[in-house]
Design a protein around this ligand. Sequence first.
Ligand SMILES: [Fe+2]
Length: 355
Amino acid sequence: MLHLKRRGFDLGLVEQPTETTAPATEHVKHTWQSDTAIVLPQLLSQDLQKHAENIKKSHFLMQNVLRTAEFVPFLEKTPYLENMQKNFFIVAASPEEHDEQGIEKVYVDAFENNEDDVVAEELWCKASWLSFHDEDASLRFRFSWGMEGYEDVSSDPLKQTWAGKLCDVIFPESSIITQNDTILDHLSSILGKNPSFVERIVYFNAPNGGAQFHHDVERGHAGVVFAQLSGSTFWLAASKPKLMDEIIAFVQHDNNQAAIASVLPEQAQQQTLTKLCQNRDDLSCYMEEPDHELIEALIDRCPTFVAYMISQGFAHHLQAGDVLLLPQRDIDNCVWHSVFTIGDTPGEALSFAIR
Ligand SMILES: [Fe+2]
């Protein structure tokens, strides 16, 4: 049994879903095209051994950032300094005071032959907390370029590529994804071209951490590949239409009214939720609103709904060496996903957008 806890909400004990067989390429492509998450179990076992030293170093970096709430000072030391110097120089560091979750951001330019030959500017890597919860020590390192939150990042593939290369030098274990023949074969067959891995995030999901249900649709990106390098995570993943089907079925079933009332105690809230579930378009629009508390209460905090989603086959348990593919076709057909950290130690994971 697995215990699902996230930022103070206890979703209870659940059966451990198992995935043991590696799916064939045709099956992976078909599953992707039907907007369904795919697990490639234990694909990375050998790579994890090869990168054991890098993974150890990254764990150490994570602990240092956690301990000091600083990031850039560590990039100016061995081995990061030497690895970066070949193609990058640090332009500035920002304490990200405007962003409560931000720890520190480093701005970097990339050059090819010498420092005068700059090929990409305003690249950055930002270390952040994943939440404001005192008991969730989850961290992430995100790689991108330009004005965060304003820029259309997909408008400049060259900068995206160099931000990816910056991730390669700070977290060399990135090649576990980017040079994995099986991942490349699957994605080439899906995309009809060689994939590139952009908008990268290196996660350290700590106990009590994870992510609420969300999607990762971004213009120009086909989806996300997630690799569990250490630790373990539990996932619920369903395309938006399927998630809406399940929300509607759950809300309209008489037996679930007490469970709904446990997370939405006010009758007015329950009535609004019931009404939303009577009109698919209204429900769909509501789910895209930044504040969609009525749905959040149900899909992120209601143990009976989580158990229901598991019974409907939407759960995955990722252990070190597992890979998860998450298609993100468009806003109406993307795979929504919810993540829980399992176990007592923070684990490292790579989450790269596919272009
Ligand atoms: Fe995500």
